[in-house]
Design a protein around this ligand. Structure first.
Ligand SMILES: *[C@@H]1O[C@H](CO)[C@@H](O)[C@H](O)[C@H]1NC(C)=O
Ligand SMILES: *[C@@H]1O[C@H](CO)[C@@H](O)[C@H](O)[C@H]1NC(C)=O
Ligand SMILES: *[C@@H]1O[C@H](CO)[C@@H](O)[C@H](O)[C@H]1NC(C)=O
Length: 392
């Protein structure tokens, strides 16, 4: 039954979630501490969790990064920092300001649009003020804190009539550190952050510090060791944190960063790294009916076969003509290892239709899905009248 397949995949999801919870509860003293931590002032949970989704809807992080690579030279002709009333200074890649002081940036263009760290996007305290003058825009941030640390971007807009577009390539960017003598790390309201380590996919541990002079090291909780940062397997960048370039299962576990500056030494939020065997590509299912024409009353068998990568779960779902009228159909699922060097997995789902009726004629579609995406394949089946045996 198809609903059986659906439940099956849901169950797998639930199991997966349970597993992750088990891992977490083993490594962290879990919710209690998390809740206590939440009371302490810090960035809203919002800023750390749905970062991906949010950035993606505004303007893709990929686009931002591209602009950063392309335009560092032009950028700084656009942006200036206002130090005192009427006194300007050119900005380099970074600026450091004492927390509590005011940040004032000016950007040439009419108009310009500003990008601020996600945490400030929903500034509801009125600390952030943006004004457009005739030939430049001004961004002012008052009563700053270490949490305001991040990248500030200005995009000159190109307008035709009322239709304005951002020019990403010409963006001006500056990374601003708001140095807080008490908080070396940008505060987080989350006690820990769960991060997926995907095969062949760089993983970032942000560990954002509030001062560019802080020395930052990476540590593992159990066993308590400092993780070597060689610049190749794992590298560090003061604006981006640590990057694990090619995650392997041994990188998984509870990690945290330590920052030291002068006599101050502090630990960051914990990062729970969970290794996920990530497929290289979406699955490629193959569908086959054991007959393209079936006589009414006979049985039909449609198979969907997916040759997959080792340790990668593939979910198979079906769409078929009798579905709408609730025709019961049955699936048999099987997963078997494939011998050979690649050591893949063969996933097969077989849809069985007993005593075919007219309503079973049509298109049978099988959709295979893994973490990289999904692919559907179809085949059509004709139903023909049963040839009655000639009467003797
Ligand atoms: C900034 O801080 C000062 C002093 O605490 C306060 O009076 C003022 O209202 C604050 N301004 C904003 C915009 O939050
Ligand atoms: C950072 O570490 C280096 C080498 O370990 C040391 O020489 C330097 O003094 C440290 N800087 C600070 C600000 O602690
Ligand atoms: C197709 O498979 C069904 C179920 O296994 C079987 O009853 C039927 O005879 C098969 N049809 C053909 C043409 O092999």
């Amino acid at each position: 039954m198809t609903s059986g397949t659906l439940f099956g995949s849901k169950r797998r999801l639930v199991l997966g979630t349970l597993l992750i919870c088990l891992i977490i509860s083993e490594l962290v003293y879990c919710h209690k501490d998390a809740n206590e931590r939440k009371k302490s002032p810090g960035r809203k949970a919002k800023s750390s969790k749905p970062k991906l989704g949010k950035a993606a809807t505004k303007d893709t992080p990929a686009g931002k990064n591209k602009a950063k690579v392309k335009a560092p030279v032009q950028a700084q002709t656009l942006l200036t920092q206002v130090i005192n009333k009427g006194k300007f200074t050119k900005v380099g890649e970074t600026i450091s300001i004492q927390a509590g002081d005011t940040l004032e940036l000016r950007c040439r263009g009419k108009p310009v649009q500003w990008g601020v760290p996600p945490y400030l996007e929903d500034d509801d305290e009125g600390r952030l003020r943006i004004v457009q003058n005739e030939r430049y825009g001004v961004l002012t941030l008052v009563n700053t804190t270490g949490a305001d640390t991040g990248e500030y971007t200005c995009y000159p807009m190109f307008c035709e009539d009322t239709d304005c577009r951002k020019n990403h390539d010409k963006a001006g960017k500056v990374f601003v550190f708001f140095m807080d003598p008490q908080e070396l790390f940008v505060p987080s309201s989350d006690y820990y952050e769960v991060i997926q380590l995907r095969t062949n996919w760089p993983t970032r541990l942000p560990c954002q510090v509030t001062s560019p002079e802080a020395n930052v090291t990476l540590h593992r909780e159990y066993p308590p060791v400092e993780v070597p940062v060689d610049g190749t397997e794992i590298s560090f960048n003061i604006k981006k944190g640590f990057t694990i370039h090619r995650p392997r299962p041994h990188h998984a576990g509870a990690l945290y960063c330590v920052a030291s500056l002068g006599r101050l030494r502090q630990s960051s939020t914990k990062y729970m790294l969970i290794y996920v065997n990530y497929p290289m590509a979406p699955p490629a299912p193959v569908i086959q009916a054991n007959a393209s024409s079936v006589a009414t009353g006979d049985n039909l068998r449609v198979s969907c076969t997916v040759m997959g990568e080792r340790d990668v779960v593939v979910d198979v779902t079906w769409e078929y003509p009798g579905q709408e009228i609730g025709r019961p159909q049955y699936t048999q699922e099987s997963i078997s290892p494939v011998s050979g060097v690649s050591g893949g997995l063969l996933t097969q789902s077989i849809l069985l239709v007993d005593e075919v009726r007219d309503v079973d004629q049509g298109t049978y579609t099988c959709t295979a899905e893994n973490l990289q995406g999904s692919k559907s394949v179809s085949t059509t089946v004709n139903v023909i009248p049963k040839v009655k045996p000639p009467k003797p």
